[in-house]
Design a protein around this ligand. Structure first.
Ligand SMILES: NC(=O)c1ccc[n+]([C@@H]2O[C@H](COP(=O)([O-])OP(=O)(O)OC[C@H]3O[C@@H](n4cnc5c(N)ncnc54)[C@H](O)[C@@H]3O)[C@@H](O)[C@H]2O)c1
Length: 353
């Protein structure tokens, strides 16, 4: 019988478990939901500094009380865990991942995005996991959505011609308290990490970036909007924006090819193709066209768990690896840096693999 992997979860909040209660979301919508849905994993231990959240998690996922902890170090020292989920606030990702990398039992880590808020910590997490042969998957789960994979295929096969331009937006209103709090990143870091990860997934590594930001509470405070122009090494131009003070959440990428266009994001997927114009003689224009996806759909959270198990078993780095997450972070931080420098270009000299 195939091995069943024992899972420990640190951080029993929204992405670990609570979002499962949202009636509108596709399920599973969380780490715990994905482990429960995937027969080769079983949640054996949990940890949260918050007593109420821990108790809620224990009851929902039937974790024995004596295997629920308030201190992740105690959990790691007492439990034999194969896979650790780190679903805590971003500032604690590095500390917990480094402690996990010291643990003799852990084979895989499912770390929530962003990998960290700084490159030094991201590098330490990646190096520690590499040294111990631990497979590290970061929760950019859209990479496991077959519609996004199909778009990647369209880019690679040039079915719509060469990819030329990407408009990428993660628009929302930051919670008011954050606007006055000293904090490194706002929407561009927290939701934009998905966006920039997908930009790199579709278009390849960046050549340079020019950024802007709006920080009404002054430098060093969270932005209400940030973004920029990125030119990728492939020549693709990217316009990116995060935040933007909207009363709605908009997350999408508008990919424009020589012969068509695809808009993919939280509003679904819409394709357009090149047709002879019905308005201007001798011109061509884009018109809606069906988006065909022959690939089987898999839930993206289950996809993350399946991929991590696959990486543990075949020894290769998973899709959505620590290095890929680090590259998205590097791009976000370069936007902030450029904005801080009055829009000066930041060049990427090396290709990070
Ligand atoms: N992949 C996604 O789409 C997605 C969506 C939401 C959040 N996230 C990411 O997940 C992480 C958590 O976000 P959230 O919205 O679930 O937050 P949350 O506040 O709902 O949950 C975090 C939980 O971690 C616990 N915690 C914090 N520090 C801890 C520690 N040292 N030890 C044990 N428990 C600790 C908190 O008590 C809380 O219950 C963030 O990095 C966030 O960016 C990802």
């Amino acid at each position: 019988m195939a091995k069943q992997y024992r899972v420990g979860v640190v951080g029993c909040g929204r992405i670990a478990s609570l979002l499962e209660e949202d009636p509108l979301r596709e399920k599973p919508a969380t780490h715990a939901g994905a482990y429960a849905a995937y027969p080769r994993t079983i949640i054996t231990a949990a940890c949260d500094i918050d007593r109420w959240r821990l108790a809620k998690f224990r009851d929902k996922w039937r974790v024995p009380s004596d295997r629920c902890y308030r201190d992740y170090r105690e959990m790691l020292s007492r439990e034999e865990i194969d896979i650790l989920s780190i679903a805590t606030w971003t500032e604690s990702h590095c500390e917990i991942a480094l402690a996990a990398a010291e643990n003799p039992h852990i084979k895989g880590i499912y770390l929530e995005k962003p990998i960290s808020a700084n490159l030094k910590e991201a590098g330490r997490i990646i190096a520690a996991c590499k040294k111990r042969g631990i497979k590290l998957l970061v929760g950019h789960e859209r990479r496991f959505d077959s519609n996004f994979s199909r778009v990647k295929e369209i880019v690679e096969t040039k079915e719509m011609g060469a990819l030329k331009t990407i408009f990428a937006q993660a628009l929302s209103l930051p919670p008011p308290k954050l606007a006055r709090k000293k904090y490194i990143g706002g929407t561009l870091l927290h939701d934009g990490t998905h966006l920039l990860d997908l930009v790199l997934y579709f278009g390849g590594p960046a050549a340079w970036v020019m950024g802007f930001d709006k920080r009404p509470c002054g430098k060093g405070n969270i932005e209400t909007a940030a973004g920029g122009i990125i030119v990728l090494q492939s020549g693709v131009t990217v316009f990116v924006e995060g935040g933007g003070e909207r009363n709605y959440f908009k997350f999408d990428l508008d990919l424009q090819f020589e012969n068509g266009r695809i808009v993919i994001g939280n509003g679904g997927i819409h394709a357009f193709r090149n047709f002879t114009s019905r308005h201007y003689t001798g011109f061509h224009e884009l018109a809606p066209a069906p988006f065909k996806n022959p690939h089987k759909r898999e839930n993206s959270f289950t996809g993350c768990v399946r991929e991590l198990v696959r990486a543990i078993e075949n020894g290769r780095d998973p899709v959505s690896s620590g290095v890929e997450a680090r590259n998205a972070l590097e791009l976000i931080l370069a936007i902030y840096q450029s904005a801080d420098d009055g829009g000066k270009k930041v060049y990427f000299r090396r290709r990070v693999k």
